[in-house]
Design a protein around this ligand. Structure first.
Ligand code: AMP
Ligand code: GLY
Length: 423
């Protein structure tokens, strides 16, 4: 079959790699892709948020299945346009993608389905939001309603900080994403991510992971897209997984069906777990990046069968075969990220690294310049290894990191610290 993947990050490189392990894949095109993806698939230039352009491209290239990596095309309704054209697509409809695109939408679903989550208020004007903060006190969490590239969440330690975040959001510092604001109870516990495939009816657990969002070691400094991840997450015991499915995932999916907007695709369930009790932090309507890289290396070729079953509504027949293994991914980012950074520096040492089912350097923001691979983004490489223990996966990943020659980059040396010290 002919497959088109939309996106060009480390997540999409790992999806492309997994799909290509499966002999069912005849041709793979990735739009826009990156330098690493270009080594294994055709890359195309395409406005991936323009549903009409994607549908035309898919028809011209006899594409059988489109896999949508990032949230932006989903929030732009690209999957609806493809389905209307009769092309199989992995990714939720515009309406179901509101689970990520609007925090107020998700909170209303949680209310209707009695999903455990943080207490909250939803506001469309600053005065009412300020009054809520005054009444609740701090710590408290202020969230822009819409998509804000991971930057729309302020954890305020003091009332003053919370009030100034409210003023900033209503003052337009997050654009239209901040026209509505959700204010939440600050939850304590340990965070983990749970990935579930859904075909509208059936939910199949795909795996668990934890990522490190902060830029600095010890989980300090500003938030990023994610500086590293590992799978599985030790905190996601069988009991916690069962509780999450029963109390959070299944009621949510049933409510989406009841509202006439069934969810199809991967549901990324962000959890806070305290004393074995999971509560929902947020949903995303796509794989996490870099969590995806760790999951894909563990799952390999079966990913395409699962994605296809999901897109065709056949998940009830599907099975996930898990090895008892662990994967870790360490992100190399350009110095200055998540603030401003330079592009164009040459990355050396990549050719000498292994590339197999246990060790992969997935590319994120990379491009080719002559014969060189150069940095072209903030997060640049996701170095991923799989092994029989988390410690062994960690050692293998850092061994590869140490062989990469890129003075303009940096990475955290403590990915997995929580799981490794607990274990
Ligand atoms: P979100 O964009 O909703 O995932 O929020 C980003 C991050 O902020 C989460 O991964 C958590 O670390 C943190 N966070 C969000 N909401 C809460 C909450 N109610 N209590 C504690 N931490 C939160
Ligand atoms: N790594 C977190 C995310 O993809 O949202």
């Amino acid at each position: 079959m002919n497959i088109l993947i939309l996106g060009g990050g480390g997540r999409e490189h790992s999806l492309a790699w997994a799909v290509l392990q499966n002999p069912k894949c005849d041709r793979l095109i990735v739009a826009p892709g990156n330098a690493g993806i270009a080594e294994i698939a055709d890359c195309a230039t395409l406005n991936i948020e323009d549903g009409g352009a994607v549908a035309t491209f898919a028809e011209e290239n006899a594409i059988d299945l489109v896999i949508i990596g990032p949230e932006a095309p989903l929030a732009a309704g690209v999957s609806d346009r493809l389905r209307a054209t009769g092309i199989a697509v992995f990714g939720p409809s515009w309406a179901a993608a509101q689970l990520e695109a609007s925090k107020a939408f998700t909170k209303r679903i949680c209310d209707a389905a009695q999903v455990p989550t943080a207490r909250y208020g939803h506001f469309t004007d600053a005065a009412a939001a300020r009054a809520y903060v005054e009444a609740q006190g701090a710590p408290i969490v202020i969230k822009a309603d819409g998509l804000a590239a991971g930057k729309g969440v302020i954890i305020a330690q003091t009332k003053a900080e919370a009030l100034s975040a409210v003023d900033d959001m209503f003052g337009g510092s997050f654009g239209t994403a901040g026209a509505e604001v959700v204010i939440e109870e600050f939850m304590t516990g340990e965070e983990a991510s749970f990935f579930v495939l859904c075909d509208g009816e059936t939910a199949v657990p795909l795996g668990t992971a934890q990522d490190h969002k902060r830029v600095g070691e010890g989980d300090t400094g500003p938030n990023t897209g994610g500086m590293g991840a590992y799978s599985p997450a030790p905190v996601m015991t069988d009991a916690v997984i069962t509780a999450t499915l029963d109390r959070i995932v299944k009621p949510t999916l049933a409510e989406m069906v009841r509202q006439g907007t069934p969810y199809q695709g991967v549901l990324f369930v962000g959890l806070m777990i305290e004393d074995g009790n999971p509560r929902l932090v947020e949903y995303n309507v796509r794989f996490g990046d870099p969590e995806c890289q760790a999951l894909m290396l563990r799952l390999g070729a079966q990913v395409l069968d699962l994605i296809q079953a999901c897109a065709e509504g056949r998940l009830a027949e599907a099975q996930v075969n898990w090895a008892e293994d662990h994967a870790m991914t360490v992100v190399l980012a350009a110095r200055g990220y998540p603030g401003s950074y330079e592009k164009g520096s040459v990355i050396g040492g990549l050719d000498a690294l292994p590339a197999d089912s246990r060790n992969m350097v997935f590319h994120a923001g990379t491009a080719r310049s002559g014969g060189d691979v150069v940095a072209s983004g903030g997060r640049v490489l996701a170095v991923t290894a799989r092994a029989e223990s988390l410690q062994a996966a960690r050692d293998a990943a850092y061994e590869m990191v140490n062989r990469i020659d890129w003075a303009e980059g940096f990475y955290r040396r403590d990915i997995g610290w929580r799981a490794l010290t607990a274990g």
